[in-house]
Write a protein that binds this ligand. Sequence first.
Ligand code: SF4
Length: 239
Amino acid sequence: MNALSDLATKTIQAHERLNEHYGVQEIYGRADPMHELIGTILSHRTTHANEVAAYRNMRERFPTWEAVRDAPLADLTAAIRTATYPEVKAPYIQQVLARLIEERGVANIDFLHDFSTEDAMQWLTDLPGVGPKTATLLLLFNFRKPVMPVDTHVHRVTQRLGIIGPKVSANKAHDILLSYLPADAKVLFNFHKHFYWHGQRVCTWHEPKCSECVLQSMCDYYQSGGTAVLSSTAGRRKG
Ligand code: SF4
């Protein structure tokens, strides 16, 4: 077995172990696609509570998407001020809505169901303020497309395990993980959710709870005593 297939095998084994530990989930969307699209623009470097407050305040102040698009920029910026960088996000939101309404006649992205995964990724990432993480979250959760959102938790845990190299970016990790896993939205959804939960609850940034971890026997970071070379995003094991 070569190194590449070793890593693919390890990825599948880690996935199966976390499936047993957390239980297999059905795919669920978090909000309607338009809410999710605009909400994820608001969410960049913002706590969930502040994102929710910004979104709610924006919709109360401007109840239709056309009203958000046409709002005076200063008023929209003020409405989303609980999000970080509101002066950057407000024009992004208006540009996204303007393009969408001009192109489709309505603020609705349900047409992405009919797009191939590649075309949907391209369309979304061409929008201002929408990067691969936003696009993959939207496409996996709301459209059940076979993509892999790599957030900070998925990135950190896969790096500590040794599945992803220490200098591999989240965007590159997306392609690597997809090459190791089947192109099946339910598999990818469960992989994402489980690694996300594991990073939040067990393999935390500062003090990973290795003694409680079901991945311990296959973890490069643990096996090295916490000395495995890691990127700055992966943190250190204490004690
Ligand atoms: Fe993270 Fe420790 Fe588990 Fe490795 S053994 S995945 S470092 S919690």
